[in-house]
Design a protein around this ligand. Structure first.
Ligand SMILES: NC(=O)c1ccc[n+]([C@@H]2O[C@H](COP(=O)([O-])OP(=O)(O)OC[C@H]3O[C@@H](n4cnc5c(N)ncnc54)[C@H](OP(=O)(O)O)[C@@H]3O)[C@@H](O)[C@H]2O)c1
Length: 329
Protein backbone atom coordinates (compact mmCIF):
# COMPACT_ATOMS: atom_id res chain seq x y z
CA UNK A 1 0.00 0.00 0.00
CA UNK A 2 1.23 3.49 -0.79
CA UNK A 3 2.93 5.14 2.18
CA UNK A 4 2.09 8.62 3.31
CA UNK A 5 3.98 9.91 6.34
CA UNK A 6 1.82 11.22 9.19
CA UNK A 7 1.59 14.98 9.45
CA UNK A 8 2.37 14.87 13.20
CA UNK A 9 5.79 13.27 12.69
CA UNK A 10 7.78 16.24 14.00
CA UNK A 11 5.59 16.93 17.04
CA UNK A 12 7.30 14.81 19.70
CA UNK A 13 10.89 13.98 18.71
CA UNK A 14 13.73 16.21 19.97
CA UNK A 15 16.27 17.40 17.41
CA UNK A 16 19.76 18.13 18.68
CA UNK A 17 22.48 20.16 16.97
CA UNK A 18 25.37 17.95 15.89
CA UNK A 19 28.39 19.64 17.51
CA UNK A 20 28.66 23.17 16.23
CA UNK A 21 27.47 22.26 12.73
CA UNK A 22 24.26 23.36 11.05
CA UNK A 23 22.83 19.83 11.15
CA UNK A 24 20.33 18.61 13.73
CA UNK A 25 19.82 14.91 14.43
CA UNK A 26 16.90 13.23 16.17
CA UNK A 27 17.54 12.18 19.79
CA UNK A 28 16.86 8.61 18.64
CA UNK A 29 18.27 7.36 15.32
CA UNK A 30 17.71 3.93 13.76
CA UNK A 31 20.54 1.62 12.73
CA UNK A 32 20.18 -1.22 10.21
CA UNK A 33 23.06 -3.45 11.35
CA UNK A 34 20.73 -6.34 12.29
CA UNK A 35 17.16 -7.15 11.14
CA UNK A 36 17.39 -5.60 7.65
CA UNK A 37 19.48 -8.14 5.74
CA UNK A 38 18.37 -10.71 3.19
CA UNK A 39 18.00 -13.27 6.02
CA UNK A 40 15.27 -11.05 7.52
CA UNK A 41 11.65 -10.36 6.58
CA UNK A 42 11.51 -7.43 4.14
CA UNK A 43 7.94 -6.49 5.05
CA UNK A 44 8.84 -6.27 8.73
CA UNK A 45 11.89 -4.14 7.88
CA UNK A 46 9.71 -1.84 5.79
CA UNK A 47 7.13 -1.52 8.59
CA UNK A 48 9.87 -0.56 11.07
CA UNK A 49 11.35 2.13 8.79
CA UNK A 50 7.92 3.62 8.02
CA UNK A 51 6.96 3.73 11.69
CA UNK A 52 10.34 5.23 12.60
CA UNK A 53 9.82 8.11 10.20
CA UNK A 54 6.28 8.64 11.48
CA UNK A 55 7.74 8.91 14.99
CA UNK A 56 10.15 11.65 13.92
CA UNK A 57 13.25 9.53 13.30
CA UNK A 58 14.92 11.26 10.38
CA UNK A 59 18.30 9.54 10.64
CA UNK A 60 18.99 6.01 9.34
CA UNK A 61 22.44 4.50 9.72
CA UNK A 62 23.99 1.85 7.48
CA UNK A 63 27.38 0.45 6.52
CA UNK A 64 28.65 -1.35 3.44
CA UNK A 65 28.80 -4.70 5.27
CA UNK A 66 25.43 -4.70 7.09
CA UNK A 67 23.27 -7.73 6.37
CA UNK A 68 23.85 -10.61 6.29
CA UNK A 69 24.68 -11.02 3.47
CA UNK A 70 27.05 -8.02 3.42
CA UNK A 71 25.48 -5.22 1.38
CA UNK A 72 21.93 -6.54 1.69
CA UNK A 73 20.83 -4.00 4.34
CA UNK A 74 21.77 -1.21 1.93
CA UNK A 75 19.95 -3.01 -0.89
CA UNK A 76 16.82 -3.46 1.23
CA UNK A 77 16.91 0.12 2.48
CA UNK A 78 17.33 1.23 -1.15
CA UNK A 79 14.15 -0.70 -2.02
CA UNK A 80 12.29 0.89 0.90
CA UNK A 81 13.38 4.36 -0.19
CA UNK A 82 12.27 3.60 -3.70
CA UNK A 83 8.85 2.30 -2.65
CA UNK A 84 8.06 4.77 0.14
CA UNK A 85 10.51 7.61 0.62
CA UNK A 86 11.45 9.12 -2.77
CA UNK A 87 9.41 12.23 -2.05
CA UNK A 88 10.85 12.48 1.49
CA UNK A 89 14.56 12.34 0.58
CA UNK A 90 15.19 15.90 1.73
CA UNK A 91 13.77 15.02 5.17
CA UNK A 92 16.21 12.13 5.67
CA UNK A 93 19.78 11.85 6.95
CA UNK A 94 21.21 8.61 5.56
CA UNK A 95 24.69 7.49 6.55
CA UNK A 96 26.96 4.69 5.45
CA UNK A 97 30.49 3.57 6.27
CA UNK A 98 33.49 1.66 4.99
CA UNK A 99 36.31 0.13 7.02
CA UNK A 100 35.54 -3.52 7.74
CA UNK A 101 35.99 -6.47 5.37
CA UNK A 102 33.83 -6.19 2.28
CA UNK A 103 35.57 -7.93 -0.62
CA UNK A 104 38.67 -10.08 -1.11
CA UNK A 105 42.12 -8.77 -1.86
CA UNK A 106 44.14 -5.84 -0.53
CA UNK A 107 41.54 -3.17 -1.44
CA UNK A 108 38.47 -4.60 0.30
CA UNK A 109 38.86 -3.32 3.89
CA UNK A 110 40.62 -0.85 6.25
CA UNK A 111 41.41 2.76 5.34
CA UNK A 112 43.01 3.23 1.92
CA UNK A 113 41.62 5.83 -0.45
CA UNK A 114 41.22 3.05 -3.02
CA UNK A 115 38.91 1.05 -0.72
CA UNK A 116 36.88 3.92 0.72
CA UNK A 117 36.26 5.47 -2.65
CA UNK A 118 35.22 2.19 -4.36
CA UNK A 119 33.08 1.20 -1.39
CA UNK A 120 31.15 4.46 -1.36
CA UNK A 121 30.38 4.06 -5.07
CA UNK A 122 29.09 0.54 -4.38
CA UNK A 123 26.99 1.76 -1.44
CA UNK A 124 25.38 4.51 -3.51
CA UNK A 125 24.50 1.95 -6.15
CA UNK A 126 22.94 -0.45 -3.62
CA UNK A 127 21.03 2.38 -1.97
CA UNK A 128 19.95 3.84 -5.31
CA UNK A 129 21.04 7.29 -4.14
CA UNK A 130 23.10 10.09 -5.68
CA UNK A 131 24.59 11.00 -2.33
CA UNK A 132 24.60 9.96 1.32
CA UNK A 133 24.36 12.54 4.06
CA UNK A 134 27.22 11.19 6.16
CA UNK A 135 30.09 8.98 5.03
CA UNK A 136 32.19 7.41 7.79
CA UNK A 137 35.57 5.81 8.07
CA UNK A 138 34.27 2.82 10.05
CA UNK A 139 37.49 2.10 11.95
CA UNK A 140 40.93 3.57 12.49
CA UNK A 141 43.58 1.91 10.32
CA UNK A 142 46.97 1.88 12.07
CA UNK A 143 48.78 0.92 8.83
CA UNK A 144 47.44 3.61 6.51
CA UNK A 145 48.54 7.25 6.90
CA UNK A 146 45.62 9.06 8.50
CA UNK A 147 46.06 11.77 5.86
CA UNK A 148 45.11 9.25 3.17
CA UNK A 149 41.94 8.06 4.92
CA UNK A 150 40.89 11.65 5.60
CA UNK A 151 41.66 12.57 2.00
CA UNK A 152 39.21 9.86 0.92
CA UNK A 153 36.50 11.36 3.16
CA UNK A 154 37.27 14.90 1.98
CA UNK A 155 37.16 13.73 -1.64
CA UNK A 156 33.73 12.15 -1.12
CA UNK A 157 32.45 15.46 0.26
CA UNK A 158 34.04 17.53 -2.50
CA UNK A 159 32.63 15.22 -5.16
CA UNK A 160 29.17 15.64 -3.65
CA UNK A 161 28.85 11.90 -2.94
CA UNK A 162 28.55 12.70 0.78
CA UNK A 163 27.43 15.91 2.45
CA UNK A 164 29.37 15.36 5.69
CA UNK A 165 32.33 13.27 6.87
CA UNK A 166 32.44 11.19 10.05
CA UNK A 167 34.67 8.75 11.90
CA UNK A 168 33.75 5.71 13.94
CA UNK A 169 35.60 3.67 16.58
CA UNK A 170 38.63 5.99 16.45
CA UNK A 171 40.79 6.19 19.59
CA UNK A 172 40.96 9.60 21.31
CA UNK A 173 44.33 10.70 19.92
CA UNK A 174 43.47 9.71 16.34
CA UNK A 175 40.18 11.57 16.70
CA UNK A 176 41.94 14.87 17.31
CA UNK A 177 44.35 14.22 14.45
CA UNK A 178 41.55 13.27 12.06
CA UNK A 179 39.68 16.46 12.97
CA UNK A 180 42.76 18.62 12.32
CA UNK A 181 43.62 16.91 9.03
CA UNK A 182 40.09 17.22 7.67
CA UNK A 183 39.98 20.83 8.76
CA UNK A 184 43.22 21.55 6.88
CA UNK A 185 41.43 20.13 3.82
CA UNK A 186 38.49 22.49 4.34
CA UNK A 187 36.12 19.74 5.55
CA UNK A 188 34.43 19.48 8.95
CA UNK A 189 34.64 16.22 10.86
CA UNK A 190 30.94 16.30 11.70
CA UNK A 191 30.53 13.36 14.02
CA UNK A 192 32.10 10.46 15.86
CA UNK A 193 30.12 7.20 16.09
CA UNK A 194 31.12 5.38 19.27
CA UNK A 195 29.95 2.48 21.41
CA UNK A 196 28.46 3.70 24.68
CA UNK A 197 25.99 2.28 27.18
CA UNK A 198 25.61 1.58 30.89
CA UNK A 199 27.66 -1.57 30.22
CA UNK A 200 30.38 0.07 28.12
CA UNK A 201 31.59 3.42 29.42
CA UNK A 202 34.99 3.85 27.81
CA UNK A 203 34.21 7.17 26.05
CA UNK A 204 33.91 8.72 29.53
CA UNK A 205 37.70 8.27 30.02
CA UNK A 206 38.85 10.93 27.55
CA UNK A 207 36.87 10.86 24.30
CA UNK A 208 33.85 12.85 25.50
CA UNK A 209 36.16 15.66 26.72
CA UNK A 210 37.85 15.77 23.32
CA UNK A 211 34.55 15.84 21.43
CA UNK A 212 33.36 18.58 23.71
CA UNK A 213 36.49 20.65 23.10
CA UNK A 214 36.36 20.11 19.32
CA UNK A 215 32.60 20.73 19.30
CA UNK A 216 32.18 17.54 17.28
CA UNK A 217 28.86 15.69 17.28
CA UNK A 218 28.59 12.22 18.80
CA UNK A 219 26.17 9.39 18.03
CA UNK A 220 26.36 6.41 20.37
CA UNK A 221 25.76 2.90 19.09
CA UNK A 222 24.43 -0.16 20.93
CA UNK A 223 23.01 1.99 23.76
CA UNK A 224 20.92 -1.04 24.77
CA UNK A 225 24.03 -3.28 24.68
CA UNK A 226 22.40 -5.20 21.79
CA UNK A 227 19.30 -5.94 23.87
CA UNK A 228 20.92 -6.81 27.21
CA UNK A 229 19.71 -3.51 28.70
CA UNK A 230 16.06 -4.40 28.11
CA UNK A 231 13.70 -7.04 29.46
CA UNK A 232 14.57 -9.30 26.48
CA UNK A 233 16.71 -11.80 28.39
CA UNK A 234 15.15 -11.72 31.85
CA UNK A 235 13.52 -15.13 31.35
CA UNK A 236 16.17 -16.87 29.25
CA UNK A 237 17.09 -16.50 25.59
CA UNK A 238 13.90 -16.17 23.51
CA UNK A 239 13.60 -17.69 20.04
CA UNK A 240 14.25 -15.07 17.37
CA UNK A 241 16.31 -12.84 19.68
CA UNK A 242 19.74 -11.63 18.62
CA UNK A 243 21.52 -13.91 21.08
CA UNK A 244 19.63 -16.92 19.65
CA UNK A 245 20.78 -16.32 16.07
CA UNK A 246 24.00 -17.78 14.69
CA UNK A 247 24.70 -14.54 12.77
CA UNK A 248 23.84 -12.27 15.73
CA UNK A 249 26.73 -10.37 17.28
CA UNK A 250 25.41 -10.82 20.83
CA UNK A 251 26.81 -14.09 22.13
CA UNK A 252 25.02 -16.41 24.55
CA UNK A 253 28.14 -16.43 26.75
CA UNK A 254 27.65 -12.71 27.47
CA UNK A 255 24.34 -13.44 29.22
CA UNK A 256 25.79 -14.62 32.51
CA UNK A 257 24.04 -15.05 35.86
CA UNK A 258 25.92 -12.01 37.19
CA UNK A 259 24.76 -9.94 34.22
CA UNK A 260 21.12 -10.96 34.68
CA UNK A 261 21.37 -10.13 38.39
CA UNK A 262 22.38 -6.56 37.45
CA UNK A 263 19.72 -6.31 34.74
CA UNK A 264 17.00 -7.37 37.21
CA UNK A 265 18.02 -4.58 39.61
CA UNK A 266 18.14 -2.02 36.79
CA UNK A 267 14.76 -3.23 35.58
CA UNK A 268 13.26 -2.70 39.04
CA UNK A 269 14.75 0.79 39.21
CA UNK A 270 13.32 1.65 35.77
CA UNK A 271 9.89 0.47 36.95
CA UNK A 272 10.07 2.82 39.93
CA UNK A 273 10.87 5.69 37.53
CA UNK A 274 7.83 4.77 35.43
CA UNK A 275 10.00 3.64 32.51
CA UNK A 276 10.87 0.39 30.81
CA UNK A 277 14.51 -0.64 31.19
CA UNK A 278 15.14 0.12 27.50
CA UNK A 279 13.82 3.65 28.02
CA UNK A 280 15.95 4.14 31.13
CA UNK A 281 19.08 2.93 29.30
CA UNK A 282 18.41 5.45 26.52
CA UNK A 283 17.65 8.30 28.92
CA UNK A 284 20.95 7.43 30.62
CA UNK A 285 23.12 7.81 27.47
CA UNK A 286 21.25 10.95 26.45
CA UNK A 287 22.02 12.58 29.83
CA UNK A 288 25.51 13.38 28.53
CA UNK A 289 25.68 16.76 26.82
CA UNK A 290 28.27 15.35 24.37
CA UNK A 291 25.76 12.82 23.00
CA UNK A 292 23.81 14.13 20.03
CA UNK A 293 21.80 10.98 19.31
CA UNK A 294 21.31 7.42 20.57
CA UNK A 295 21.60 4.97 17.68
CA UNK A 296 19.30 2.03 18.39
CA UNK A 297 18.39 -1.17 16.63
CA UNK A 298 14.90 -2.70 16.63
CA UNK A 299 13.48 -6.00 15.43
CA UNK A 300 9.85 -4.89 15.77
CA UNK A 301 7.62 -1.84 15.68
CA UNK A 302 6.77 -2.48 19.33
CA UNK A 303 10.41 -2.19 20.40
CA UNK A 304 10.84 0.94 18.30
CA UNK A 305 7.81 2.60 19.90
CA UNK A 306 9.01 1.61 23.38
CA UNK A 307 12.43 3.15 22.69
CA UNK A 308 11.24 6.40 21.12
CA UNK A 309 9.00 7.03 24.14
CA UNK A 310 12.18 7.64 26.22
CA UNK A 311 12.21 11.14 24.74
CA UNK A 312 9.43 12.29 27.04
CA UNK A 313 11.05 11.01 30.24
CA UNK A 314 12.89 13.17 32.73
CA UNK A 315 16.60 12.95 33.54
CA UNK A 316 18.17 11.47 36.67
CA UNK A 317 18.73 12.74 40.17
CA UNK A 318 22.27 12.47 41.62
CA UNK A 319 21.00 9.67 43.89
CA UNK A 320 19.65 7.69 40.92
CA UNK A 321 22.94 8.05 39.02
CA UNK A 322 24.85 6.78 42.06
CA UNK A 323 22.44 3.88 42.42
CA UNK A 324 22.98 2.86 38.79
CA UNK A 325 26.75 3.06 39.31
CA UNK A 326 26.54 0.86 42.38
CA UNK A 327 24.39 -1.75 40.62
CA UNK A 328 26.86 -1.89 37.73
CA UNK A 329 29.97 -2.17 39.89
N1 LIG B 1 30.07 1.98 14.09
C1 LIG B 1 30.08 0.74 14.49
O1 LIG B 1 31.11 0.07 14.53
C2 LIG B 1 28.78 0.12 14.92
C3 LIG B 1 28.77 -1.10 15.60
C4 LIG B 1 27.55 -1.62 16.02
C5 LIG B 1 26.38 -0.94 15.73
N2 LIG B 1 26.43 0.25 15.04
C6 LIG B 1 25.19 0.98 14.69
O2 LIG B 1 24.36 1.08 15.83
C7 LIG B 1 23.06 0.54 15.52
C8 LIG B 1 22.43 -0.01 16.75
O3 LIG B 1 23.20 -1.06 17.28
P1 LIG B 1 22.48 -2.24 18.08
O4 LIG B 1 21.47 -2.88 17.17
O5 LIG B 1 23.51 -3.07 18.70
O6 LIG B 1 21.69 -1.36 19.18
P2 LIG B 1 20.90 -1.69 20.50
O7 LIG B 1 19.78 -0.70 20.49
O8 LIG B 1 21.84 -1.70 21.66
O9 LIG B 1 20.33 -3.16 20.34
C9 LIG B 1 19.23 -3.42 19.49
C10 LIG B 1 18.58 -4.75 19.83
O10 LIG B 1 18.07 -4.72 21.17
C11 LIG B 1 16.80 -5.34 21.23
N3 LIG B 1 15.82 -4.30 21.58
C12 LIG B 1 15.74 -3.03 21.09
N4 LIG B 1 14.76 -2.35 21.68
C13 LIG B 1 14.17 -3.20 22.57
C14 LIG B 1 13.11 -3.07 23.48
N5 LIG B 1 12.46 -1.92 23.61
N6 LIG B 1 12.77 -4.15 24.24
C15 LIG B 1 13.44 -5.32 24.13
N7 LIG B 1 14.48 -5.50 23.27
C16 LIG B 1 14.84 -4.45 22.51
C17 LIG B 1 16.54 -5.93 19.86
O11 LIG B 1 17.06 -7.24 19.89
P3 LIG B 1 16.31 -8.49 19.22
O12 LIG B 1 16.81 -8.48 17.80
O13 LIG B 1 16.76 -9.65 20.03
O14 LIG B 1 14.83 -8.25 19.30
C18 LIG B 1 17.37 -5.05 18.96
O15 LIG B 1 17.74 -5.70 17.76
C19 LIG B 1 23.36 -0.47 14.43
O16 LIG B 1 22.21 -0.80 13.67
C20 LIG B 1 24.38 0.28 13.61
O17 LIG B 1 23.74 1.25 12.80
C21 LIG B 1 27.60 0.77 14.64
Amino acid sequence: MEYQAVSTRYDHMKYVRCGNSGLKLPGISLGLWHNFGDVDCFHQARRIVRRAFDLGITHFDLANNYGPSPGSAEENFGKIIDKDFRSYRDELIISTKAGYYMWPGPYGEWGSKKYLSASLDQSLKRLGLEYVDIFYSHRFDPDTPLEETMEALAMAVKQGKALYAGISNYPSEATEKAYDILRSMGVRCLIHQVKYSMLFREPENSLFDILNRLQMGCIVFSPLAQGLLTDRYLKGIPRGSRASKSHGFLKREEITGDMIHKIIQLNQMAGKRGQTLAQMALTWVLRKSEVTSALIGSSSVRQLEDNVACIRHKGFTETEIKKIDSILQ
